[in-house]
Structure formats: C-alpha cells, structure tokens
Design a protein around this ligand. Structure first.
Ligand code: GLN
Length: 432
C-alpha cells in the first residue's frame, strides 16, 4: 500500500507532531487519516502529553488502541494538541500553545482533546482518538461541532494511555458523523488482558436510527442554574425533534448533581497526584543533573516541567489524600460518587437513555476564563457519566450565537450501541 502523505496547513495548531508519510495497509480503516491524542503512546513517535516534563520522550511501544488502528490499515498522521496531561477544558493549558476553534479562531476548541476535535472539524483528518476523564471528548466535540463518544468504562483498553485519573477515563472515537464514530468504536473495543479494567464486550453494530417508543429521561438539573438559556433552548428543540420521531420524553431529577462536580475534582486530583509521581526527572525527559542531591533535582525538574494547572492539581490531590484529611475529602468524594451511580441506576429503571446539553455554554473566547473555579464549573454536565462509568455521546444539534451546540446522550452500562442509535436518529432526522 502506498503511504498516505500528510502536509496540512495546521492554522489551528491542532497538532503537536505530524508525520508527512504515514503507513497504511488493508483493513476497515485502510487509507483513512486518523489523528491520535498526544497522551496515547505511539512507538517511535514522540508522545508529550503537551507537557515539558516529557520533552524528548519517545515510547518504545504502541498503546493497544494504536495497535488496533494499525491492524485495520489506518494511517496515523499525527499526535494532537491537548491540555497538559488532560487537565483542562479549553486546550489552553498546553506547553505547545493553544489550539484554535475552526468555527471561530478567536475561540477555544474545548478540551482537553481540543487538537483532535479541531483536526476533525477542519477536515484535516476524518477521524481522531480522544480521551475523556471528565468530558474531554464530549466538550471539544460540542464546541467544534463534531461527534464524540466516551465509551462505557472498560470497553476500550487503556494500555499505553498515560494516566491522569484512571478510575474515570476512557479512550474514545471522534469524527464528523455518527457512522464514523461507530466504525471507529468497532475497531477500538476489543478485550485486552494488559488493562485489568478491560472487559470482553465487543462492539459490533450498525447504527439504527429508530427511536419509536424509546424513553428519554431529561433531568431538570441539566437545564438548571449556570446553563445558558440560549443553549438550553437549542437542546430542548433537539430533544423535541426526537419526540417528533416517536420517542417519549420523561422529565426527571438527578439530585446527586449538587455534589457531582466536587466529587469529580477531589477524585481526579487525588489520582493525578499519585499517577504523576513517576515524573521525577530521572525516568523521562532531559537527563537530570546527577551531581546534585536527588531531591533538589527532583523538585526543580517538576517545578519547571509541569505547568501551573498541573502543579495546582497535584497539590490539591496530595492534600486530599493526606493523613487527617483523607476521610474528610477523598472518602467523602467516593461516597458522593456512589450517589451519582445510584441516580443512574434508579433512572435507568424507567428510561432508556438520558439527554441534555453537553456543555452549559458555547465555546469561550481564548483567554476569557482565567479563574480555575469557573473553568471547573463548566464540566458540570459531563462529569456524571465518568463518575458512574456510563457511555455518553455528544452530537451537534444546532448553533447559538453562530457557534456549535452539542446534544449529550447518556446510556446504560455497556449499551454504547443505544447512545449511538439515538445520536444517529437525531443526525438523520435533521438531514432528512
Ligand atoms: N475538564 C476536565 C478536567 O479538567 C476534564 C478533563 C478530561 O476529561 N481529561 O479534568
């Protein structure tokens, strides 16, 4: 097979690394250009997590998902920009500069898989891999007007993913339409014994866009305080369309939304403080000064290698896990997380899927949000799916102020097929 040549005009800074000659082969993804988020290991291709601390790191092995892409003939054309280690909602926290939103380059593309979303939205690639710990596939999909799926926890192997918060995150597909997301999902979801959370539940599915008799739960909290009324109106319109196609809309409550965001931020920072301990300036990155006492070079390397947001989260997580505070923060967050799961269990006794907006607003202006707390608040609608481990998709459903809005559909554990079907129904209904 001839190699795929790739020389994009990367005006949105979607890529950290591009490969001008990408190998391809026979298979379901033969000749298709696929971009891979830069926290997913690629053998022989630098993998930075958009962090200085991984400067010069070239993985000696492929992540399981990368092996699968190669087996199906995909041409891996580059590694996409992201928030450092996945920590962020805008792709502004990158050591390689922010990615711009192709719908309006004065705006952020969302994050943390902003480079993957921009690469797909601008047509540089047909498909991309993202990762979603608290919304990082769905948020940029929503802000850039593409489709992105966070699969059920355990359905896609994370072997070779550089961990941020491993009890929450999944690798997932991003593309311009539901059919391509479904195709990529078929390739990605195979059992892998090298990831102990990987479950054997292959996804083999052709999207079925019929929603007749389907019960869609709409939690009031997803249209509550902080959600831009203009975004809410666009999403309601989309949900009504599904009703017009035969679905039944059931309004419901999700009381755990009151503490979901706090539970998420305590959990993800705690896990990050532990996962990022391995970056000690010895094993990765530029060689440490061995003449100096170890703790001095360790401190300096971490201070210089990590960006502000990453350092903030390591400190928050270390605090939450420390003796005397553990019960007050980490243990409480786990109890709250259980409440979120319980809410989903209860709701799924009476509805098939749950729908609402993906993000409370449209894409922010670059540099607009400087206060970490207000940034964290924008994740409120995406974190419940990660806390519970359920599948969730974002599908474009119109515009507000001329910018894309995403409809989020969450499903029951291991019913990724169902959220794909509902997204397909919406997509086809609109184009009909
Ligand atoms: N914005 C969320 C955070 O900053 C989600 C990130 C993600 O899913 N990787 O943690």
């Amino acid at each position: 097979m001839p190699a795929v040549t790739f020389s994009p005009d990367d005006r949105y800074n979607a890529f950290i690394t591009t490969l001008d000659q990408a190998e391809t082969g026979p298979g379901r993804l033969s000749g298709i250009a696929v971009a891979v988020k830069d926290n997913i290991s690629t053998r022989g291709i630098r993998t930075t997590c958009a962090s200085r601390i991984l400067d010069g790191y070239i993985p000696p092995y492929d992540a399981h998902v990368v092996t699968l892409l190669r087996q199906e003939g995909a041409a891996i054309v580059g590694k996409t920009n992201m928030d450092e280690f996945g920590m962020g909602t805008t792709t502004e926290n990158s050591a390689y500069g922010p990615t711009l939103n192709p719908s309006d380059p004065s705006r952020v593309p969302g994050g943390s898989s902003g480079g993957s979303a921009a690469a797909v939205a601008s047509g540089m690639v047909r498909m991309a891999l993202g990762t979603d710990t608290g919304g990082s596939i769905r948020c940029p999909a929503s802000f850039c007007g593409i489709v992105g799926l966070k699969p059920t926890y355990g359905r896609v192997s994370r072997y070779g993913l550089i961990a941020y918060a491993n009890s929450l995150e999944q690798i997932g597909p991003m593309a311009q339409n539901v059919e391509d997301v479904s195709l990529l999902m078929e390739v990605l979801s195979t059992h892998d014994p090298r990831d102990s959370t990987s479950i054997s539940c292959p996804y083999r599915h052709t999207p079925d866009p019929t929603v007749t008799g389907l019960k869609i739960g709409v939690p009031e909290e997803f249209f509550g305080e902080g959600v831009d009324p203009r975004v809410a109106a666009v999403v309601w319109e989309a949900i009504s369309r599904l009703e017009g196609e035969g679905a039944e809309i059931v309004t419901c409550r999700m009381p755990s939304m009151v503490f979901a965001l706090a539970a998420y931020y305590v959990t993800c920072t705690s896990e990050a403080s532990s996962n990022l301990a391995r970056f000690d300036g010895v094993r990765y990155g530029p060689p440490a000064d061995t003449k100096r006492p170890w703790h001095e070079s360790f401190q300096e390397r971490r201070r210089e290698g990590f960006g502000t947001e990453v350092r903030r989260r390591i400190m928050l997580g270390t605090f939450a896990l420390s003796s005397g505070y553990y019960g007050k923060y980490y243990a409480k967050a786990q109890a709250a997380r259980q409440q979120v799961r319980n809410d989903f269990v209860r709701l799924f006794r009476t509805v098939d899927v749950i729908a609402g907006p993906t993000m409370p607003t449209v894409a922010f202006r670059l540099g607009e949000k400087t206060d970490p707390l207000s940034m964290y608040l924008s994740d409120i609608l995406t974190v419940p799916a990660n806390l519970a481990g359920v599948p969730a998709i974002s599908v474009p459903c119109g515009t507000s102020e001329g910018l894309p809005v995403g409809l989020q559909v969450m499903g029951q554990w291991f019913r990724d097929e169902k959220v794909i079907d509902v997204a397909a129904a919406y997509e086809q209904g609109v184009s009909a």
